[in-house]
Design a protein around this ligand. Structure first.
Ligand code: BDR
Ligand code: CA
Length: 301
């Protein structure tokens, strides 16, 4: 039986591939896509979700969610994802629409399901506050790190944008799987991967154009030789848990540090005496991961 999934995202180059991976994999029953402000404004990321769904012929409900974090102003990632939030490819006509209902109501309409979150956790936290935890099977999120950050020295972008929401999620009691930078930085889109994608036809070429832009900003901002495909790793964990090795650990969210707001404090050696509240990704089968990504794009092509 495929796993029912609602994908909450902020496309975003890697979010776009996460959408394709979820929609193109038979192990997942993608029920809805919900959008949240983070990589760019809510209007822009919602348009981007519609763009990639239109290009791939994905016909699931798309719903707009929260346009700002629970507390404080929105910080976007224009330096990484460009002015549109998904710079690079030329997209054709946008045929995919947006439903009227708010993201959290659409999430609830599709429960019980696994929530895969690849943006700030604002929608997910708002859902849990409004509807409670009972209907959510699991939350699998891309965010945080067992080590250093990427937005500040100790905070990863998705958690840094809305630490209060992350705190709600990690203390909710719902089974949470955290797929952080310590693992996603292994998912590097090499020129060989780009070549495999671009041979698949028009959709593959859009993926190639997305990755070419992403490669340029990751080279410029972080000095990476190839860009990390963060968000699809969370989807891959749902497709086949053996692709992403996890350990149980306590994860605290730093909401008030002087330099560390948005840090995920992962107690890998149980030093704090707190019970584990998450499964934390610690390993990735890189070769098989890219095989499932390429296969999903092929299935949609
Ligand atoms: C995360 O931040 C965003 O820019 C990416 O889409 C990914 O979800 C990586 O830190
Ligand atoms: Ca994202």
């Amino acid at each position: 039986m495929p796993t029912p999934v609602v994908l909450d995202c902020d496309p975003g180059h890697d979010d776009a591939i996460a959408i394709l991976l979820a929609a193109g994999s038979p192990e997942i029953d993608l029920r809805a896509i919900t959008t949240v402000a983070a990589n760019q404004t809510l209007d822009k990321v919602t348009l981007n979700a519609r763009r990639i769904c239109s290009a791939a012929g994905i016909a699931v409900p798309i719903a707009r969610g929260c346009d700002r974090p629970l507390a404080g102003p929105l910080r976007v990632a224009e330096d990484i994802h460009g002015g549109t939030g998904m710079d690079g490819p030329a997209f054709g006509a946008v045929t995919a629409g947006v439903v009227e209902q708010h993201a959290i109501d659409v999430m609830h309409a599709h429960m019980p399901a696994t929530l895969v979150a690849t943006g700030a956790l604002t929608n997910v936290a708002t859902y849990l506050r409004r509807y409670g935890t009972a209907a959510v099977r699991e939350i699998v999120l891309m965010g945080g790190s067992t080590g250093r950050g990427n937005t500040t020295p100790y905070a990863e972008f998705n958690i840094h944008v809305d630490p209060e929401a992350a705190h709600v999620v990690f203390t909710s009691g719902v089974p949470v799987t955290m797929v952080g930078l310590n693992v996603t930085h292994q998912a590097l889109v090499t020129p060989e991967v780009v070549a495999r994608l671009t041979t698949l036809g028009p959709l593959g070429r859009i993926c190639g154009d997305l990755m070419t832009f992403f490669a340029a900003t990751y080279r410029e901002v972080f000095g990476f030789e190839a860009p990390p495909l963060h968000d699809p790793v969370a989807v891959a964990r749902v497709i086949d848990p053996s692709l992403v090795a996890c350990v149980e650990a306590f994860v605290g969210i730093e909401t008030s540090g002087t330099y560390t707001r948005g840090a995920t404090v992962v107690d890998l050696h149980a030093r704090l005496g707190e019970p584990p509240n998450a499964r934390v990704a610690v390993g990735l089968d890189v070769e098989r991961f890219f095989d499932v990504v390429v296969e999903a794009v092929r299935n949609l092509s």
